[in-house]
Design a protein around this ligand. Structure first.
Ligand SMILES: *Cc1c(COP(=O)(O)O)cnc(C)c1O
Length: 228
């Protein structure tokens, strides 16, 4: 499928352009291809075009795709809201989890992470806009949750993730997430990941220090069904 390969090149160009504008090195950002709602064949086409990391938001859908794509050495990231009853499946099948927002979920993921796999790489989701409807922990509660996650040997805390409020300008919200990461590192943590930026705002995120952008529609096209 040339369309996915063309879209992938275009997104990579946008990433490189923003990195150059920010004065950052060309390898400073990882691209996570968000394949939720798109079929396994779309993931396979992206793999053939050179993409290895994929993000999914719905557990059942992701497991079906993983089973179809077993022959490929893909790295799967869970980026959706985490329900307690899904922690076992997430811990056993994903390499990364971006949206940890409470200690109980971290505990369950740690308990369920199979000993045969490396520690689960995790980010804490921050409610950076302060909107009540948004997921994630309040910035002032991040340090306590981070310290708790650090006591769990089967999890490796890598950084922070956020989805900015659509009503507000994204860039100041990205700047706040970066400032929070710096503050946590000044408190003795060693976090290296800022998971922020999507199809519409990846440049602003990269200018504010994103190390991983989560891009769906710019790669695979508009999502029609199943979004909630
Ligand atoms: C769907 C989703 C994305 C991708 O969004 P696009 O606007 O399609 O790039 C990124 N992050 C999260 C958490 C998502 O749920």
């Amino acid at each position: 499928m040339t369309t996915i390969s063309t879209a992938l090149q275009a997104v990579k160009c946008r990433i490189l352009g923003a990195l150059e504008q920010a004065g950052r090195t060309p390898d400073a950002v990882r691209l996570l291809a968000v394949s939720k709602t798109f079929p396994a064949e779309a993931v396979r086409a992206a793999w053939q075009a050179g993409q290895t990391c994929f993000g999914e938001s719905y557990v059942q859908e992701a497991l079906a795709k993983m089973s179809d794509l077993q022959d490929l050495p893909l790295e799967w990231h869970f980026i959706g809201p985490i329900q307690s009853n899904k922690t076992r499946a997430i811990a056993a099948n994903f390499s990364w989890v971006h949206g940890i927002d409470r200690a109980k979920i971290a505990d369950r993921l740690a308990a369920a992470r199979p000993a045969s796999l490396p520690p689960l790489q995790v980010c804490i989701e921050i409610n950076i806009s302060g909107e009540a409807s948004k997921g994630g922990v309040e910035p002032q509660d991040a340090l306590v949750l981070a310290r708790h996650i650090q006591t769990l040997p089967r999890l490796q805390l890598r950084g922070l993730m956020s989805i900015p409020a659509k009503q507000a300008e994204a860039r100041p919200q990205f700047a706040r997430l970066r400032a929070l990461l710096q503050q946590l590192n000044a408190s003795g943590l060693a976090l290296d990941t800022l998971s922020m930026g999507m199809s519409d705002d990846l440049e602003a995120a990269i200018l504010e220090g994103a190390t991983l952008v989560r891009v769906g529609s710019a790669l695979f096209g508009a999502r029609t069904a199943k979004e909630g």
